[in-house]
Ligand binder design. Structure first.
Ligand SMILES: [Zn+2]
Length: 467
């Protein structure tokens, strides 16, 4: 029996996850994520796969984030015909992520094509969409959903089981059992204990090999308990001075966590009644997916909400806004309010209108949750630049800026080490590190060796490893 492991993405970087296990002639692919980053470079990386998707028997999906599922239609377009296995929540999240991506790619292409015709001197390059919505429909037809802990058989001699990864709704670590002789685990993106709504990361059975993510391999987060305290204090401050809180929010998971925490604070009478607007069609869709997946909820969510027939995401003072007309009407709302809107890094979307209308008033608070990439408006706000440009016009940043650091869906290195330490480290022959910048992975490698992991390898792109 020959077993090989290799990766065509998320090697010394955090996007484009595509990992492979080859057992004799059977190839199983884990994740099919899109590369993100600079336009030209990521287009080329997404376009030129360097492998043949039609050789894979099946694709197993760890979760529905774009950098893990975004390239699925590219696999289908390049001849992949097998099953795409995921949990049912991951299937639903992938569905909205992929349609959104197809739409944005088509719009971007049209926009830049028109611009370049108007201004040929700017030499703008429009990139053809990598897939369209019809191809997303075709992709969704290959999905087969399987719940956590239900063993399935993606190829001859290989069984697979999803375990809760505690990262986002539906997220899974994947155990592959090869001919009952060898166990290989994929952590997927690993979450944290005590995140709101979803269950904690689980340990899989003891493993021979582990493919492990290291996004925050060199960082430590504030404890999750802080998140609730931070939200409470920010709301009280805004309420007392009759201000508004504007939050650029990532539409999946962070938005629902924030709503869940606000709802809990309201039930506990820790904060006054305050109007909340969730102003993003995609966040509204994502929230309705959460409502359907009580099987992913943790004990607290079940005890405090589900078992009492209370919707964790619905209460009197929350308004979900989809139409443009209603979105504009929020501007004239008088009194304290919380406006949660997309996009997460404040690069585009309705959040820009809310920022431009509110950023100059010192009564207001811009509450930043999550990671802001360089060059984004979100990053400029976090760095407290005195003036920012929105729709080409300068605005003074007079509003208070609050960064809520406790919200993170990825384990930090201490949490990763604690998770790994639960395994039988004598049996575990080797850990392959993926999904992290090189500095983070180097640091994580040192940390793992310090708890006596036998061998740690930083996975190189396209390199074959014999197991
Ligand atoms: Zn993720």
């Amino acid at each position: 029996m020959k077993i090989k492991f290799y990766s065509y993405g998320a090697c010394k970087e955090v996007t484009g996850s595509k990992h492979f296990i080859e057992v004799d002639d059977n190839i199983i692919q884990i994740d099919s994520g899109m590369f993100q980053g600079k336009r030209e470079e990521s287009f080329q990386k997404n376009h030129n796969l360097n492998f043949s998707p039609n050789e894979s028997k099946a694709i197993l999906l760890t979760h529905g984030h774009f950098d893990h599922c975004g390239a699925l239609p590219i696999m289908i377009n390049n001849g992949f015909t097998g099953n795409i296995y995921s949990t049912s929540a991951s299937r639903d999240i992938s569905n909205i992520i992929l349609f959104d991506s197809a739409y944005i790619q088509e719009k971007d292409f049209e926009y830049i094509k028109n611009k370049s015709q108007q201004h040929p001197e700017r030499k703008l390059k429009a990139y053809e969409p990598l897939y369209n919505s019809a191809e997303v429909v075709k992709t969704m037809q290959n999905f087969v959903t399987v719940n956590y802990h239900r063993e399935f058989f993606p190829a001859e001699g290989i069984s697979a089981t999803f375990f809760d990864a505690g990262h986002i709704l539906g997220s899974a670590s994947i155990l592959l059992n090869i001919k009952n002789k060898l166990k290989i685990g994929f952590s997927g993106d690993l979450g944290r204990k005590n995140l709101p709504i979803i269950k904690d990361p689980e340990k899989m059975p003891d493993l021979d090999y582990l493919v492990l993510e290291g996004t925050y391999g060199n960082r430590l987060h504030d404890s999750i308990g802080m998140a609730k305290k931070e939200v409470k204090e920010v709301i009280k401050r805004a309420y007392n001075r009759n201000g508004k809180i504007i939050t650029p929010a990532f539409t999946i998971e962070r938005t629902q966590e924030l709503i869940y925490i606000i709802h809990t604070l309201l039930l506990e009478k820790e904060i006054p009644e305050i109007q909340i607007f969730v102003d993003s069609p995609m966040a509204v869709n994502a929230t309705s997916i959460f409502k359907l997946h009580s099987e992913c909820f943790d004990k607290e969510t079940y005890n405090n909400f589900t078992s009492n027939n209370i919707d964790p995401f619905g209460f009197d003072s929350i308004k979900y806004v989809t139409s443009v007309k209603e979105s504009i009407e929020i501007n004239s709302f008088k009194g304290p309010a919380i406006i949660i809107s997309a996009s997460g890094m404040a690069e585009n979307g309705r959040i820009l209108h809310h920022l431009k209308n509110n950023i100059e008033d010192p009564k207001n608070i811009i509450a930043i949750i999550g990671y802001m990439a360089e060059q984004t408006l979100g990053r400029k706000i976090v760095e407290r630049e005195k003036e920012v440009k929105i729709f080409g016009k300068s605005y003074k940043v007079n509003a208070e800026i609050a960064t809520l650091n406790a919200f993170s869906g990825h384990a930090d290195y201490r949490e990763i080490k604690e998770w790994v330490a639960q395994y039988d480290l004598k049996k575990l022959k080797k850990i392959f590190l993926v999904h992290g910048e090189e500095d983070a992975l180097n640091h994580l490698k040192k940390e793992l060796l310090s708890i006596n992991v036998n061998d740690v390898e930083i996975t190189e792109y396209k390199t074959l490893y014999d197991l």
